[in-house]
Design a binder for this molecule. Sequence first.
Ligand code: ASP
Length: 449
Amino acid sequence: MTEETVYTCKFGGSSLADGARVAKVAELIRSDPRRRYVVVSAPGRKDPGDHKVTDLLYAAYENKRLGLEFREAYDRAERPLEHIAKHLDWVAGGKGNIDVAFDKILLDNEKIVHEQDVSADFVASRGEYLMARLLAMYLDWPFVDAKDIVRFTSQGKFDAELTQQIASAELKKYPRAVIPGFYGVRPEGDIKTFSRGGSDLTGAIVARATISTVYENWTDVPGLMSADPRIVPEARAIEAVTYRELRELSYMGASVFHEEAVIPAKIAGTTIHIRNTHDPEGKGTRVMHESHRGHHPVVVGIAGLKGFSTIQVRKTLMNEEIGFARRLLTVLADEGISVEHMPGGIDALSVIVPTPMIYDREVEIETEIENICRVDDVQIDHGLALIATVGHGMWHTPGVAARLTGALAKASINIQMINQGSSELNIIVGVAEGDYEEAIRAIHREFFP
Ligand code: ASP
């Protein structure tokens, strides 16, 4: 270990759900002096029937927006934090210092939330803000507010380069710090959050800004799993994956890590280490560049999502018409529809899109395509599930697609679409939603016998 070795750690909501867990997290942080920058989520669920603080905050804001009772709803969201503060105060010797000081922070925030015209993003960000203030106080470390280091544009887009400049300059002033995840600020000064689960992204931003060698992402599962364990009980934690494999798997539904959070870590070459707070000795999953991993298994994991639709267009001699695909894609772009895949034939082309983007607008979209692309026929079908089988090792390995399709055929599952990316990093199949779970099990059995 060199003196410059810096770790950034991010703790997810489930690792911070009550006082005992937060005290354990603080011990973990203190047990390794390399852990110098800590990013936190808002407290999550303690038990399966519980609510996450962030969900309670959104619900409280909704009450405020509708002119319903707000004070009590906001109090309810704050309550887990009050309990955590009391527990930490007790662990720290019961002198009341933490409890009293945190009470003041809660009151100051309440005043803003109750008396000012605050946005949903501002209210939602209070979970992370308060958790970070509390942990910083307990560790006796500096608190650095995410609004001072994470920048969005006026349009609400994350500004990666400006953030990198500001965050690296700001964090240089602190040898260690606790930072709230999930939000940043627009140039106009108002708080803006990332999408849900966005504290992973804050962690990666901080890791890049502090030139951390390792970004420890602490969660409540053994690591990135070879498949969703609710579908495949024998799924196992993957020990090593590449950035691209992780991004493919998280984009396609593996929920352990926010898909965009891979990007800052990849730029900086930081190793991401997904770890389990309930099993700190466990191996977890290490995420790194292709060239660092050595042996590449053919398949590292399988992930998937339901909720896709196929827009199928047919037109005789489509193959001879220059610019047909562009016209079709322009119609979809003008309608604000993002395209996932585009398998085609000679006189037919299918476009696979997320169902919520076209639901209840089918007739309008069909008419628009007919008018602009002058097709013979357009047909929209819902109920498609996509499954990605991911692994760098399939590059130049013959027979992977054959094994996959063979496994599905053996399970009597019809493949509606198959697409192998030219990067040979993944094979995507589309199956009926009713076949989704069985298809994942069949593919998993084939590649993880
Ligand atoms: N608390 C936020 C959420 O529940 C962000 C996060 O936990 O990463 O989505």
